[in-house]
Design a protein around this ligand. Structure first.
Ligand code: AHG
Ligand code: MN
Ligand code: MN
Ligand code: MN
Length: 334
């Protein structure tokens, strides 16, 4: 490139995904690209609401509790509505599962397409009122051959997802996506209103120096986690790890992808399956982790191999740099 001259070549998310799909040749119909366009629009819309939240009275509780017992914030409910409306209108979906809706939505015939989307419309809601990073998480399945869209189409292992991603609403809005051949990150250019490719081919460093757990739960943790944490805080040689914990999975995982290290939300004596939800938190993040060269495990099992029994079930999550997660797994197999 000529020095001092801005590039005239911008790669938008849509262009990038289209190009990717074109490589697949006849098999690609453009439907996934259109679905991802709808998801991008929801992220832009949620991002503008997040920015204005304090100004337009979008801070605080909505008054209800969702099916996993969380008190819903106004932004949880609004983000959910934005996603349901847009995904239904896209004509590309058959089944929708949201953290904020007790039951799956089965899309009526006239709007029906071949994809199922599972999503956490607003992740990190405890951070909203403080203006700390929050996000949206989504995973996409294709309905099974011959199916018109039923709950069985989403009660499938995460390894069967065709795409997964998240958008982080931080100092900029960042959409990170995998359609099954690597992970790419895009940054919203507010002037253009487009997500631009800024982080091509994200690879998690093989080892990091950061651990990200809610250690306030230490008294409930099981021995493998306690022992692992001890090993990185009191190493026999070298420097101890640094602690970073935001409390928004999207933000903690995003940092882990870029800087390396380990993120964990274990099962413990109080929460027998942990806190994070399998379908719309653990699966999409595990899918991205593996696509970026990392490992995502419950401690004893590959997360993407789990067969869900219900749409809101939970699962323990450890993910990140390959060597760090392998170190943790040793404490489980010992
Ligand atoms: P959500 O806001 O979508 O309900 O998710 C909250 C999750 C996740 O973002 C985060 O990793 C975790 O809860 C934090 O939990 P603790 O406050 O227990 O650490
Ligand atoms: Mn919640
Ligand atoms: Mn969440
Ligand atoms: Mn949420």
């Amino acid at each position: 490139a000529t020095e001092g001259v801005p590039s005239s070549e911008i790669i938008t998310l849509t262009r990038h995904v289209l190009h990717d799909q074109m490589r697949l040749g006849a098999a690609a119909t453009g439907d996934l690209t259109l679905l991802l366009t709808a998801i991008q629009v929801t992220s832009k819309f949620i991002a503008t609401n997040v920015r204005k939240a304090r100004l337009i009275n979008l801070i605080g509780l909505a008054g209800d509790t969702n099916s996993t017992g969380d008190e819903q914030k106004k932004l949880d409910v609004l983000s959910n509505d934005i996603m349901v409306n847009s995904l239904r209108a896209s004509g590309k979906t058959a089944v929708l599962v949201s953290e904020e809706l007790e039951d799956a939505i089965i899309i009526e015939e006239k709007n029906r397409g071949k994809y199922c989307v599972v999503f956490d419309p607003l992740d990190g809601s405890s951070n909203i009122d403080a203006g700390v990073n929050i996000g949206t998480i989504f995973g996409i399945y294709q309905i099974r051959p011959g199916s018109k869209g039923t709950i069985e189409d989403v009660l499938r292992p995460g390894s069967e997802m065709v795409a997964a991603g998240y958008t982080m609403y931080g100092s900029s809005a960042n959409l990170v996506l995998s359609t099954g051949s690597g992970v790419n990150g895009y940054t919203l250019d507010a002037a253009l209103g487009e997500f631009i490719l800024t982080h091509p081919d994200i690879q998690i460093p093989p080892r990091g120096k950061i651990y990200s757990f809610n250690e306030g739960n230490s008294m409930f943790f099981h021995p493998p986690v306690v022992e692992y944490l001890k090993s990185i805080k009191y190493p026999a040689s070298g420097k101890p790890y640094s602690a970073r914990y935001i409390g928004s999975m999207v933000a903690d995982v995003h940092r882990t992808f870029l800087y390396g290290g380990i993120f964990g939300y274990p099962d413990d004596k109080k929460s027998k399956s942990g806190k994070l939800r399998l379908l719309y938190e653990a699966f999409p993040m595990a899918f991205l982790t593996e696509q970026a060269g990392g490992i995502a495990t419950t401690g004893t099992q590959r997360i993407l191999d789990i067969v869900p029994k219900s749409i809101h079930e939970r699962c323990p999550v450890f993910l990140g740099s390959k060597e760090d997660v392998q170190d943790l797994m040793k404490f489980y197999s010992a």
